[in-house]
Design a protein around this ligand. Structure first.
Ligand code: GDP
Length: 444
């Protein structure tokens, strides 16, 4: 998970301060030293670290902390606020053009995730704004990139503009924009070529595309795993192009977090989105305050809720609620619900977004098998249609047959049926507004 090491070390440094009635200058110096080392090891820019520590020390020694009832917690609050500031304080959204289309140009080095991110962003805009985007394949030197974009377009059912024999990218983009005008697309996303390092030819080409396209957003895609090198790349691109923001990819594999923490402070450019996986849904808006809370192990409930809203089919959810109220929720619905949850992502990652769970030692090595839901599905599919609709008729002999049919042990079948009944009972209470008795249910 992103920031794992940093998160653990910062929390350890801060734990030594909590619960103390009074905090001495020595305590603060000691904690600051540990925080400093933790940040440097996370590959945060040293100048950023220096300013950060200076500010923390100043605030921690201030009157407000020293006179507070719980100085340790007050210091955690300060660290949380300073981390938030380091990452930009406010969340920044995409620029939107007053007339269609809004043009988004994606730039960056090769392999950082530009093409994938074009797809993720198109998917995000379609869900959030009901957008009708057009994608332009401007990475013409890598034939595979055009195919990759076309594949993404097919998956999303979004048109992709490409010209296989044309070597003039600016011209391709110009034609692509004409196509978007004709089709009244409201967003145009331009994928561009990357190199292994910044060179003049790449920059010239990107500048020419900029002159043709006048993008509302020029987004630099950087790979979080490259740490501080990412900030150098950002400075390089920003010197030649008017970047409007950063998309930080591969945060899922970045246990250090240096790029996320330094890039805003060093370049002044806001991180707008983060990529947290290879799937088209693995793109999140970036909120500095939520990220800071996550680093300090305070969870990230808001992101979780947003994810649920975005990926969860609300019509489907309303239909389910109706079934609960009418008490007609059956095993078919149960499987549908499971599939909705599955769409949100691996369950162990979701759990870690809940406050207090991220660094809970008991959950450190938790592995919730992805196939758990598949097992449940196998059990349900081994039921007859009648059984799926009337769970009450599932007597022992029927259960044995289902176990044999699904290849699952009978205890697992029994457990699943029990869980189904419990969830049904709980959800019915919730939808009917009667919360009494919920406290007796597991997990409440
Ligand atoms: P491009 O050369 O910049 O267009 O990069 P691609 O879009 O082809 O991506 C390069 C590789 O990075 C692919 O294997 C992607 O699946 C992977 N990738 C992109 N974004 C992410 C991300 O946020 N997390 C992870 N784990 N992989 C990513």
């Amino acid at each position: 998970m992103a920031f794992e090491n940093l998160s653990e070390r910062l929390q350890k440094a801060l734990r030594s301060l909590t619960g103390k009635g009074k905090i001495s200058e020595e305590d603060i110096n000691k904690a600051s030293r540990e925080i400093r080392l933790a940040l440097l090891e996370a590959d945060v820019n040293f100048k950023v670290v220096k300013d950060f520590i200076k500010q923390i020390k100043k605030d921690a020694l201030g009157k407000e902390v020293q006179e507070s009832l719980n100085p340790g917690q007050q210091i955690i609050k300060i660290v949380d606020e300073e981390l938030t500031k380091m990452m930009g304080e406010e969340s920044v959204s995409l620029n939107k053009s007053p007339h269609i289309p809004t043009i988004i140009m994606m730039v960056g080095l090769q392999g950082t995730g530009k093409t994938t991110t074009v797809g993720k962003l198109a998917n995000y805009l379609m869900k959030k704004d009901k957008a009708r985007p057009l994608l332009i394949a401007g990475d013409i030197y890598r034939p595979a990139a055009i195919d990759q974009l076309k594949q993404i377009g097919d998956n999303l059912n979004v048109p992709v503009y490409s010209e296989l024999d044309n070597k003039d990218v600016a011209e391709i983009v110009k034609h692509g924009l004409q196509e978007a005008d004709k089709n009244k697309n409201d967003y145009v996303l331009i994928d561009t070529a990357g190199r292994l390092e910044i060179d003049e030819q790449l920059m010239d080409e990107l500048k020419r595309v900029t002159e043709v396209a006048h993008p509302d957003n020029t987004l630099l895609v950087v790979d979080a795993m490259t740490g501080q090198a990412a900030t150098k790349v950002a400075e390089g691109f920003n010197a030649d192009l008017d970047l409007t923001g950063i998309i930080l990819t591969k945060l899922d594999g970045d246990t250090r977090g240096g790029a996320a923490l330094s890039i805003r402070a060093v370049t002044g450019l806001p991180i707008i989105f983060t990529g947290q996986g290879e799937k088209l849904t693995d793109l999140d808006s970036f909120y500095p305050d939520r990220m800071a809370s996550r680093i300090l192990g305070m969870g990230d409930m808001l992101t979780l809720i947003e994810k649920a809203q975005q990926d969860y089919d609300t019509k489907e959810a309303e239909k389910m609620a109706e079934k609960m109220r009418e008490n007609t929720f059956d095993f078919n619905d149960f499987v549908d619900q499971m599939e909705q949850v599955q769409k949100l992502g691996p369950i162990d990652q979701l759990i870690k977004m809940i406050p207090g769970m991220a660094n809970n030692p008991a959950l450190k090595n938790i592995q919730i098998p992805d196939n758990e839901i598949d097992h449940i599905k196998a059990i349900v599919y081994s039921m007859t249609p009648e059984e799926r609709e009337n769970p009450d008729i599932l007597n022992p002999s029927r259960r044995r047959r289902i176990a044999a049919g699904s290849g699952m042990p009978i205890v697992q079948v029994n457990r699943m049926i029990k869980q189904f009944k419990q969830s049904k009972e709980m959800m019915q209470k919730m939808t009917s507004g009667n919360m009494k008795g919920l406290e007796n249910l597991p997990g409440m």
